[in-house]
Design a protein around this ligand. Structure first.
Ligand code: 3H9
Length: 704
């Protein structure tokens, strides 16, 4: 008998290996190979047991998400897994690394499961706006019970080997060589005449009729409004009530509903947009040691990211006291990560060992990458880069973490501008994944490639941006903030604006964000901003509060008050009165501003500014803008980002709405961007524009 593809034999045990880099996703050829293998091995009298194992770093990371946007191709995963489960010989899953989504469902369709210590088993479908659609909702509860199934599938969080064994999902742990251990166990099972132990044949665990409803009600309101979480609960509830076949069919139907939803399209779009390749990766220089200048909140956050990401880092400060405080902050964050289980003891120990401190700037000489995170002042930074230009070793990349200053002006002072780039981290830098990588006029491709690859190494999402005021994110933030500030003057209360935007899906309202960040910060920036818009209403409410010493949470008062014992955010009638008086002084007539208008003005301002940023070449693509806004500014992921959201509205509708706002509020703020008008006129979308440009670049590349 000829050996099926991807199958090896070890005596009477056959081993099927998933070998589809980079993550063994269940693409159509993989499914076809597995089906052919199971059919052949089931019929082969020389085979007494079968092992399924993954090559590389993991078992199987799930369905191939790219296929979801194309017409479905046979064999379909649910039917394939039914065939695996029906196999007449024991099938053993040998799991390691990511065993996710369809990969976990494949494991559940096997008759026995063993795993290595690095197992990460989970059902992340919910974060793609989906539910486990290949039998997971019907099989998992038969092993792990209802509560664990509900939690695993609605949270999407993976579990490790110990929990997987505790829940009865994995039967045994294999230390040492997983393949050899799995083969030995399969042989044992064959010799013991162990039957195929089918999960679907196990009894349905008891459930309370109200259990599912209660679980759904306890989910956060934002999750309940999305398509996937309620459908996950419904699929599990049907698995409790219906015979297996009917429950499988119901789960499949619910999966298809989710797949077709705009929300799932948005999640899938972001999934790929966040995983762009490192540009010019071959040019990236090796970084074995980094230095961070400045041990304040930002500098310490960056140092934590580097150390936990595996890069030794020297934290440099001018004063001992400040350095000690910075190092203590780094250690406290690593300790906390260990306590919360995000780092195991060895990882935490290694991370702590990677951080050193120094009081001398000359110590940068040992670093391949220097990241400056000192006080936001051009003269200070220019002086520092002048010295760095002399002290850093040749080829070292010099990055500035400025969020508002001109990277070229900083680079110019270094005497080696080709080595200088911007690396705009978001606060808190050890938590926020976004980094805007700012391309200066003379930044070399090698320097840019180096910071992109370092960012990827430490688990950040790096997006290339041009050097212009506010780069991409903050420039758009000013357009968004401009409208909310105008509406404050027009009579919308801070809490009404915040609620409207939180209801739209923003992680926080803009006034609450201002209070959290400190209203003095933006106030200082606007004082030094030379080309600030001349409109006297521009950010007037924020500036007024800052002038009165109401800086936000840190002073106990800002747009809100924070003077309850728990420091909760409480609306403040005094603010409403202060803004009313200011509006009167400026001649702004107050009125009722409806939530619909609040959302429309803020979000359309974002979209219009995003389009201008694309015209100016400050962002490379609409999806880069979306990744920035979803990861740095709390834009709702289920709406895909401002540019994706604009496409879902239709660009013609967007342009019409902007023109209406221009009639009501003036052309100065509301002239539609030329790109928007052109695309809307051509019946196009940002997505079609982006793929047209990518195709043209590809064609150009091939010709060149
Ligand atoms: C599902 O299973 C539905 C079923 O219930 C029912 C079906 C009927 N598909 O993240 P990385 C690519 S839904 C296609 O940078 P890491 C990724 O784009 C699925 N491609 O690596 C990237 O490509 P490129 C449920 C995928 O080491 C490369 O692999 N599963 C998929 O940091 C490396 O990715 C999930 O949601 C995929 N499923 O992390 C798991 N996964 O090199 C999603 C990855 O061209 N995946 N790629 O940029 C992950 O969580 C992470 O990728 C993983 C590795 C933890 C596996």
């Amino acid at each position: 008998m000829t050996q099926p593809e991807a199958v090896a034999r070890d005596g009477e045990v056959a081993v099927f290996t998933f070998d589809h880099p980079p993550v063994n996703a269940l693409a159509q050829p993989v499914r076809a190979r597995l089906l052919a293998a199971v059919e052949a091995l089931d019929a082969d009298p020389g085979v007494r047991a079968i092992v399924l194992i993954g090559s590389g770093r993991n078992f199987v990371a799930g369905a191939d998400v790219r296929e979801f946007d194309r017409p479905p191709l046979e064999p379909f995963l649910p039917a394939l897994l039914a065939r695996v489960e029906a196999c007449g010989k024991p099938v053993v899953a040998a799991l390691h690394g990511a065993t996710l989504g369809g990969g976990a469902e494949t494991a559940l369709a096997c008759h026995y499961r063993c795993a290595a210590g690095d197992l990460k088993l989970g059902f992340p479908e919910v974060s793609l706006g989906l539910l486990p659609g290949a039998g997971g909702t019907v099989r998992l509860p038969r092993l792990a019970g209802w509560q664990a199934s509900l939690e695993l599938m609605t949270s999407g969080k993976p579990i490790g080997i110990d929990r997987a064994i505790e829940l009865g999902i994995v039967d045994r742990r294999v230390d040492g060589d997983l393949r050899a251990g799995a083969i030995a166990w399969a042989r044992e099972l064959a010799h013991a005449h162990a039957p195929p132990r089918r999960v679907l044949d196990l009894p349905v665990p008891a459930s309370r009729p109200s259990q599912f409803e209660e679980f759904l009600r306890a989910l956060p309101a934002a999750a309940r409004r999305l398509p996937a979480p309620p459908r996950i609960v419904e699929a599990l509830a049907s698995a409790a009530l219906l015979p297996a076949d009917a429950a499988l069919a119901r789960a499949r139907a619910l999966f298809m509903e989710c797949l077709a939803s705009t929300e799932s399209r948005a999640f899938r779009y972001l999934f790929f947009a966040e995983r762009g390749a490192v540009p010019d990766v071959v040019l990236a220089r090796a970084v074995g040691q980094a230095a961070v200048l400045g041990s304040g909140t930002m500098g310490a956050g960056i140092a934590i990211s580097l150390a936990t990401g595996g890069i030794p880092v020297l934290l440099i400060e001018a004063k001992q006291e400040a350095l000690d405080a910075g190092l203590a902050r780094v250690r406290a964050a690593i300790d906390a990560a260990e306590r919360k289980g995000r780092l195991d003891r060895d990882e935490a120990e290694a991370a702590r060992g990677r951080v050193q401190g120094s009081l001398t700037l000359a110590a940068v000489a040992g670093a391949d990458l220097v990241i400056e995170a000192v006080y936001e002042n051009l003269a200070v930074k220019r002086e520092l880069f002048g010295r760095l230009g002399q002290l850093a070793k040749p080829g070292a990349v010099l990055a500035t973490n400025t969020s508002t200053l001109d990277v070229d002006a900083i680079a110019g002072a270094s005497g080696r501008p080709a080595d200088v780039v911007g690396m705009h981290f978001f606060s808190p830098a050890n938590v926020m994944r976004l980094v805007e990588v700012v391309r200066g006029r003379e930044s070399s491709r090698a320097a840019l490639a180096t910071v992109h690859s370092v960012a990827k190494r430490i688990g950040k999402i790096a997006i290339p941006v041009g050097n212009a005021f506010g780069f991409v994110g903050n420039r758009m933030l000013y357009a968004y903030g401009r409208e909310k500030e105008l509406m404050l003057l027009e009579g919308a209360k801070p809490e009404v604006i915040d609620k409207a935007l939180v209801d739209f899906g923003m992680a926080m309202g803009p006034n609450a964000v201002g209070d959290l960040a400190g209203l003095d910060i933006g106030w200082q920036v606007r004082k030094e901003w030379r080309d600030k818009p001349e409109d006297p209403r521009f950010y007037r409410a924020s500036d007024l509060l800052a002038e009165l010493g109401r800086y936000g949470q840190k002073t106990g008062r800002g747009f809100y008050r924070y003077d309850t014992p728990g420091g909760e955010r409480t609306p403040d009638p005094e603010v409403v009165e202060l803004i009313r008086a200011e509006a009167e002084r400026l001649g702004v007539r107050q009125r009722q501003v409806e939530p619909g208008e609040i959302v429309a003005r803020c979000i359309l301002a974002l979209i219009n500014e995003g389009a201008r940023i694309l015209e100016d070449g400050i962002a490379a693509s609409p999806s880069d803008i979306d990744v920035i806004w979803c990861n740095g500014y709390g834009f709702p992921r289920h709406r895909g980002g401002p540019m994706f959201y604009a496409d879902t509205l239709g660009l013609a509708t967007v342009v019409d709405s902007i023109r209406k706002l221009a009639r009501a509020h003036g052309e100065r703020d509301w002239t539609p961007a030329g790109l928007l008008v052109t695309l809307a006129g051509a019946g196009a979308s940002f997505a079609s524009w982006q793929s047209g440009r990518a195709a043209a670049a590809d064609g150009g590349g091939r010709q060149g």
